[in-house]
Design a protein around this ligand. Structure first.
Ligand code: FAD
Length: 500
């Protein structure tokens, strides 16, 4: 039974990916005694991008009881084994950031230490060839990983590409079936309670008023409540993450149906390619200080697989985060909380992480500062660790062919990034911090892929008494064999989750 102090009404402002993910998850968590209302404006619309994800999205869907095949069908989805980076280190370089690991550790030193030693002897396969995700991805293959830890087919992970609009629609159906009430309307203002300073209600432009105990701000970059009403403040990270704009455009599906996202570096930014069942999503993320809008749009349109299906749409943003993600009785989820650009497809993950924290630290009507502080502590850590990983891609460039890449190669980075860079540079050690979302294989992929070769190996390595060169060769061969036996990505989708 609810208590005197229980939250009785949650109001979600915004119906993009953040709004409907929040509504669906809260509807699943709150079974009685509390209403959930979502207000959105069709006229304002959503940001309409955000189509590549990382593996934890699967646990979000599973927690909601959503079947994978149903979800992939409904969202014109496809599968993602990682990201291929083209031209990020040197202009002609390519590497893969895989979901999963490089083989499996077989010794008390990590496998990559033996790879570094073999590389120094001129006897190592390319690092990419030692991960199952790439072995499958480069052959255009996909199947679910196996649970048997003895099989190399257990050493990878996967996520999805999907149509962002269809995903929100799918979750809306889920949430409305579980009593979430949707209100169509434009929020004009938020009214604060004089005594507590909390938001007491929002006013729609047509005069309706919606009161609530807890407000979740999913209004996108505007941050209607967290900033508009509460003036929480924003940390601008553009000196580390200089891209501040994007053009996005869908095109006809042509070329390979790759089970991975491609990120191709351009002179003043980078371009994404996300293959879905019914179309391919494309976007050019760029730094407006180094290229004009016209040139940025033209670069995108000149580099599509197939016929464009719309005019390119411009989006502008400031990379960074709110000073607080939870302020008084408002929790900012999604773009209202901050944005770090889409390079590693982390925004939807941060929505998911915000919702899990909100459920784990669900307040009562006292809004205990202890709870709010804990939420903000974890959220800030999560944001900053992801920030560090994205910065690594820009910092570790050897490109000098354009102003933006020269800026990035020379820029100062946070101490937390320098610390990791230096450890790796010395002897290939992958040191970790609490709350790192991206683990050692991810950092290894970017370090090596972008040319940050360590000066030496772990000092323990020569004392181990074996070089395990054979192990690496056998692993490469085993991965190739296993990948050959998998179905093609196209066949897998056609057989299991074709959108029809
Ligand atoms: P929005 O989609 O902007 O939704 C805001 C909602 O608030 C809308 O429903 C709007 O109508 C409503 N609203 C606003 N003002 C009012 C008002 N006054 N009254 C009523 N309603 C209002 N993330 C990934 O994980 N992977 C990616 O590949 C990826 N790519 C991206 C590429 C780009 C260029 C950008 C900019 C973002 C990308 N993202 C990506 C981020 C991702 O798009 C967002 O995290 C996600 O869509 C959530 O957005 P949102 O719901 O917070 O905001």
């Amino acid at each position: 039974m609810q208590t005197e102090n229980s939250i009785r009404s949650v109001v979600i402002v915004g119906g993009g990916t953040a709004g409907w993910m929040t509504a669906a998850a809260l509807a699943n968590a709150i079974r009685t005694g509390c209403t959930i209302t979502l207000v959105e404006s069709e006229e304002i619309g959503t940001v309409g991008v955000g189509e590549a994800t990382i593996p934890p999205i699967r646990t979000f869907n599973e927690a909601l009881g959503i079947a994978e095949s149903d979800f992939v069908k409904a969202t014109q989805g496809s599968f993602k084994l990682g990201i291929q980076f083209v031209g990020w280190g040197a202009q002609d370089s390519t590497y893969f950031h895989p979901f999963g690991s490089y083989g499996r550790n077989f010794d008390l030193l990590p496998l990559h230490q033996y790879w570094l030693a073999a590389k120094a002897r001129g006897d190592a396969p390319p690092l990419d060839e030692l991960c199952m995700a790439w072995a499958a991805a480069k052959r255009g293959k996909f199947a679910q990983p196996l649970p048997d830890p003895r099989s190399v087919l257990s050493t990878y992970d996967y996520a999805y590409h999907f149509d962002a609009g269809l995903y929100a629609k799918y979750l809306r159906g889920y949430a409305e079936q579980r009593a979430v009430v949707r209100i169509e309307g434009k929020v004009g203002a938020a009214v604060l309670d004089g005594a507590s300073g909390r938001v007491s209600h929002i006013k729609l432009e047509d005069g309706r008023e919606i009161a609530g105990d807890l407000f979740v701000d999913c209004s996108g970059f505007r941050g209607l409540l967290i900033e508009g009403a509460l003036e929480t403040g924003y940390q601008d990270w553009r000196h580390w993450l200089p891209c501040d704009s994007a053009y996005a455009v869908p095109c006809e599906r042509a070329g390979e149906f790759t089970p991975y996202t491609r990120s191709t570096a351009r002179a003043a930014g980078w371009q994404w390619r996300i293959p879905l069942q019914h179309r391919t999503g494309n976007g050019h993320v760029f730094c407006s200080g180094f290229i004009s809008d016209d040139e940025a749009a033209a670069t995108l349109m000149a580099n599509l697989d197939g016929q464009a299906l719309a005019e390119p749409r411009k989006l502008s943003f400031v990379t960074g985060r709110r000073n607080l993600f939870w302020n008084r009785n408002v929790v900012a989820v999604g773009l209202s909380g901050g944005f770090m650009e889409p390079l590693e497809s982390t925004s939807i993950h941060l929505i998911q992480a915000a919702i899990s924290k909100l459920i784990a630290l669900f307040p009562d009507r006292d809004f205990d500062p202890l709870v709010i502080d804990e939420y903000n502590r974890i959220a800030i850590n999560e944001f900053e660790r992801i920030r560090d990983f994205i910065i690594l891609h820009y910092k570790l460039t050897s490109r000098t062919d354009s102003e933006m890449w020269r800026y990035c190669g020379a820029m100062d980075v946070p101490d937390t990034v320098t610390w990791k860079l230096e450890h790796f540079r010395r002897n290939g050690r992958l040191v970790q911090r609490d709350a790192d979302l991206f683990g050692p294989p991810s950092w290894l992929a970017v370090h090596i892929g972008q040319g940050n070769m360590p000066h030496g190996t772990d000092p323990l390595l020569p004392l181990r008494g074996a070089d395990h060169a054979d192990h690496l060769k056998k692993l490469e061969a085993a991965l190739a064999r296993a990948a050959e036996g998998l179905p093609s990505h196209a066949d897998y989708v056609a057989r299991n989750c074709a959108a029809g």
